[in-house]
Design a binder for this molecule. Sequence first.
Ligand code: SAH
Length: 350
Amino acid sequence: MKTPLCDFNIDEITALVEKFGQPKYRAKQLMRHISAYDSFDEYTDLPKNFIAQLEDEFTARPLTEVTRVTASDGAVRYLFKTESEDLIESVYLPHDYGNSVCVSCQVGCGMGCVFCASGKHGLVRNLSAGEILAQVLYIARDKKPVGGVNKIVMMGSGEPLANYDNTIKFIKLVNAPDGLNIGMRSISVSTCGLPDNILRLADDGISCTLSLSLHAATDVKRKQIMNIAQKYTVKQLVDALRSYFDKTGRRVILEYILIDGFNDTKSDVADIKDLLKGLCCHVNLIPLNPTDNCKLKPPTKKRAYAFCELLKAAGVSASVRRSMGSDVAGACGQLKNRTVESKAQSSKKS
Ligand code: SAH
């Protein structure tokens, strides 16, 4: 498989330009082309022999669009195929205050959370930094007429902190002035909670918004829905978040899926309050998006808002997140699963 050119930062592109005996100024030119174009055919102002050399070793865009579904609220779910023929999903979310892209960082996911469609078939492989970036570059071009992309959320398939090096490289690439120049404040990383890697982030120059998928405030309860809770306690996670806040000054986010009758009672409010005491944070409540074959249900809207009010009354900053795009194959991984399953069905029939 050829290396994606968008895997490289400006220093690596400069070295490449030198290796091929091209003048130094071509590095910036190449960086601009990498962000803007999906194919080497569009690099029209570069010498033909240089393009041929690049084409021999590299790919301009390491993914192609397979299908897309557009929701009534303008959200678009894209299904991409990588060079290795793996399927990955990304979502475009238009907002009044700017447009976000939710990217995948792995093919599948090895974390095995019971409510999540992405982990249904386990982890296939990590995506490279360039394969993560390519999702943003493709969508930014596609949505250029309506303002492109201003925000990134790493909340698609996969666990960013289990693909640590590529995640860090991707964030630096998308943040770079020679790249899309998206500010750290406009980049969110969501993790199921790997405390050692949370502790590394700030030291590695990352100060983005950090979201922890908490979903239950006690170890006993968390273990019932998230495998990772067998390994790390909620206390270890909150300590790691405290350290991230101390180093970056960034308020952290706790994501909390609401599951009817499981984690949305008065005693859960008390547990959340105790756990988060003294942490500068905000709790995002997300009514569960029911996945195929999963018995868990979201609470009613009324119950979700009542839980939010109880949290606020207990002194915890909280809000209920409006989930967009739920009429386009719902939560992460579902479009891929349904596409793969319907292909399997039709090949059975034929
Ligand atoms: N692995 C990372 C990021 C990917 S999932 C993480 O765990 O945070 C992004 C978010 O979507 C996580 O908070 C995850 O718990 C949540 N999620 C997964 N399945 C969901 C579902 N069916 N309904 C609502 N949220 C879901």
